[in-house]
Ligand binder design. Sequence first.
Ligand code: NAD
Ligand code: UDP
Length: 326
Amino acid sequence: MKNGRTTQVLVAGGAGFIGSHLVDALLAEGARVTCLDSFLTGRRVNLAHLAREPRFDLVEADITAPLPALPRFDRVFNLACAASPPHYQADPLHTMMTSVVGTHRLLELARENGARFLQASTSEVYGDPDVHPQQESYWGNVNPTGPRACYDEGKRAAESLVFDFERVHGLDVRVARIFNTYGPRMRADDGRVVSNVICQALAGDDITLYGDGRQTRSFCFASDLVDGMMRLMHHDGPLGGPVNLGNPHELTVADLVARVVRLTGTASEIVHRPLPVDDPRRRRPDITRARTLLAWAPRVALEDGLKATLTWFADELAERARGRPA
Ligand code: NAD
Ligand code: UDP
């Protein structure tokens, strides 16, 4: 509630994997939520359970184009952007425009509305990091001309826009630097490692391990991430810059694959594929700022999160086999 009335929230990218969980959490808290999404990578099925929810509405629009007429908002979350490498590299120009032109449009909207703004940024702003674990003060090691640049540099430009709106217009802003997140509602064809490996294991297909598998990642379960994003949006005191949100439990990609193989008991073979260009060698968040400022830390252990994701994908693949559209 804000001044005795229901808080009105915009979630751009709300039909996607993380966005749809965020929409659920906001509705559970009592907010009125508008999801704005182009369905580039998002799916209607992620929001189908809200069809009769009176505090929810859906606007189909692309944030790179002028925005349609919208209600007034108290809070704006910007999650709109394809997040998996195959998807964001499929149309790199659109990915860059989404982060730059799209974020600018949403910042203007927040300014007109006097709304608080939260940008979903990414650990990719650290690139292939020379500093480990990554603290928010690290400026990163990003290839500005490679195939990942449309996403990494787009998100870096978006951060710059956000903090210029704070400096120039006094907008109330927050930036979440999100590290690898997984869970139910990822797309089977998303292309990221958790969804690939789980779907391959469940289908008995070859499991694709890129490179030698010694590169590391730190995987955060979706509910933990959404809790962190909500706390970041609610926080009233000064933040003094971006905040990392992720799970500091770091492991090699080969170890992740081995865990999924063990949990599923699959007979799938592990096959090696070339490491993608500019694939970061290691990544682990330092979450001291989130712990201190937001009293936040992830609670879901990798084993439990993987089990929940496996169960969800098994149901999802069965539904699809019965003929439900993807
Ligand atoms: P996702 O692809 O499932 O969701 C992105 C959503 O944005 C989709 O619903 C898509 O249709 C929508 N979208 C994309 N471009 C748009 C445009 N131009 N206009 C309107 N809508 C558009 O990805 P996700 O994993 O849910 O990621 C959500 C956000 O979190 C993204 O901004 C991503 O960069 C960020 N993030 C995610 C991760 C992760 O591990 N999942 C890590 C770091 C950052
Ligand atoms: N990866 C892999 N097999 C796959 C998909 C990805 O080994 O089928 C690797 C990828 O090269 C990277 C890691 O897993 O080292 C995480 O990849 P993802 O695309 O999930 O996230 P990001 O690279 O953006 O961190």
